[in-house]
Design a protein around this ligand. Structure first.
Ligand SMILES: [Zn+2]
Ligand SMILES: [Zn+2]
Length: 155
């Protein structure tokens, strides 16, 4: 039995819903059709470009958030990486922020994207040791699992 209220809540008119904060936008996921809400209130970042549930994206940005790419292909969440390692004030190397690696299924371009606050952590964990590899990016494998868990769950 489908809940009619739940269906309405996810309908295409949701953009205009008064329950959303002013300026909040949403888009339908190209992969799982979930209605993804954009904006800082939900994502913790202004430039959300992927689905919170399945992490798929659309090849629409040349630079994050600019929506200038004309490709329009779906972008597969291919793996994870850490943002470049930084040294802290004591000169000790610090592991960088966890990032998603997307690859366009149409043109094969790879992009690295920030994880949003409401992305499904279980889906992200599933990408550890995905087997994806690409020149120039150190894609995480089994050895990184505990650090990924620490960044996602704090344990
Ligand atoms: Zn999705
Ligand atoms: Zn593309």
């Amino acid at each position: 039995m489908v809940d009619a209220r739940a269906l309405r809540a996810l309908g295409p008119k949701d953009h205009a819903s008064s329950s959303l904060a002013p300026g909040t936008m949403s888009f339908e996921c190209v992969n799982c059709h979930y209605l993804v809400r954009e904006g800082k209130r939900y994502a913790g970042t202004e430039n959300r470009n992927h689905c919170t549930k399945c992490l798929w994206s659309l090849h629409a940005d040349l630079r994050p958030g600019d929506r200038k790419a004309l490709c329009g292909g779906k972008m597969n969440p291919a793996g994870l990486t850490f943002k470049r390692v930084k040294k802290d004030k004591y000169g000790k190397e610090k592991v960088g922020e966890l990032m998603l690696v997307h690859q366009c299924v149409k043109c094969l371009e790879v992009s690295i994207n920030r994880i949003a606050a409401d992305d499904d952590p279980v889906e992200i964990m599933n990408l550890v040791n995905s087997g994806f590899s690409v020149e120039g990016i150190s894609v995480l494998d089994e050895a990184d699992r505990s650090e990924v868990r620490r960044q996602l769950f704090g344990v």
